[in-house]
Design a protein around this ligand. Structure first.
Ligand code: PMV
Length: 326
């Protein structure tokens, strides 16, 4: 009756450092999380009763945003979960957008803010990078400084994140998924412990932030060689923070000789690498040979969208009906 859809994302530069308010750049990818919404006797996700244990993001969004008749959600996704590609952010954005639409409150900024609140509540420390990128589509730069193309500013703890629109660069990227889950809160916590006890870790976070600014310059000038070098350097800095793994490095070794640059993307530990390359087929094959799951991706402009598929069925939500929220 209503379908909300949000894209995957890849962080090109700056993951982890962005949690400490440093700059980062993320791009939206042409893989999506679609969430169909329809009226039901009780709230469910894919047929199972909505629960905090199984459906943390949808449950949180539902509890925060919805007071109307019960909703059944059905998910359809081409984003592997726990892959570092923002599947939970895309789910949060889609759930939030569907409910904001039904409340008559839909705007891009509202989706970005509410979806961030959902992620922050569920994950603990989180930056708005994933949720803002999935909401807005295109590419974004998150920065402590407000500048041109500012979309919105998000505050949490001592951090100020200014989210800027960036025209999506046309990059040929290959994702190499390790098949090992990347658990964001665990990796973020690991970095936090290191950050709290080591000046070297804090300097490394600063270095990642400066590198993201250089990355923005390289993207603007479409300098693929420079972008690739910065990706490699960003990966080395993430290695110092302890968030790479044998599985990720194996896929980097496979893709590296065929690429301008490669790095882990997202929280790390497991999840995925991205490779910037003009030889995507060969990179895919090299990743496959080393046991990874490869796929070529393109950037997309399309952020979160909501489409009404059955206007009549909407009436139960718009006018108070017999259904009841459980
Ligand atoms: O792995 P993902 O898609 O959850 O990305 C996490 C990115 C971090 O910078 C590690 C955390 C954050 O909230 O920005």
């Amino acid at each position: 009756m209503l379908e909300a859809s949000s894209p995957a994302k890849a962080i090109l530069f700056g993951e982890h450092a962005v949690v400490y308010g440093k700059p980062a750049i993320a791009i939206s990818l042409d893989r999506r999380m679609n969430l169909t919404v329809f009226p039901a006797g009780e709230a469910t996700v894919d047929g199972g009763r909505l629960s905090m244990r199984k459906h943390r993001y949808v449950k949180k969004a539902y509890g925060e945003l919805w007071e109307g008749p019960a909703i059944a959600f059905r998910t359809r996704s081409s984003i592997p979960s726990a892959s570092g590609l923002g599947s939970s952010a895309a789910l949060s954005c889609s759930a939030v957008a569907a409910m904001l639409f039904l409340r008559g409150d839909l705007s891009e900024e509202n989706i970005a803010r509410k979806a961030f609140e959902v992620e922050y509540a569920v994950q603990g420390r989180a930056s708005p990078t994933d949720t803002s990128c999935s909401t807005h589509g295109n590419a974004i730069m998150v920065s402590p400084l407000a500048g041109d193309d500012l979309l919105w500013t998000i505050l949490a703890g001592e951090n100020v994140w200014n989210v800027h629109h960036v025209d999506p660069p046309e990059l040929k990227l290959v994702v190499g998924y390790t098949k090992k889950p990347s658990i964001t809160p665990i990796q973020v916590e690991k970095v936090r412990n290191y950050y709290n006890r080591s000046g070297f870790a804090r300097e490394t976070i600063d270095d990642i932030g400066s590198l993201a600014l250089d990355g923005m310059k390289a993207l603007r000038s479409r300098d693929l060689v420079e972008i690739g070098e910065l990706m490699d350097r960003n990966h080395s800095l993430l290695t110092i923070l302890g968030v790479t793994s044998r599985e990720l490095d194996k896929l980097r070794d496979a893709a590296g000789p065929l690429s301008y640059g490669t790095k882990l993307t997202g929280a790390g530990g497991g999840g995925s690498i991205i490779a910037l390359t003009e030889r995507p087929d060969e990179v895919c094959e090299a990743i496959r040979v080393r046991g990874g799951v490869p796929f070529s991706v393109s950037t997309t402009r399309k952020g979160t969208s909501v489409e009404v598929t059955d206007r009549n069925a909407l009436d139960i939500f718009i006018k108070p009906g017999p259904g009841k929220k459980d």
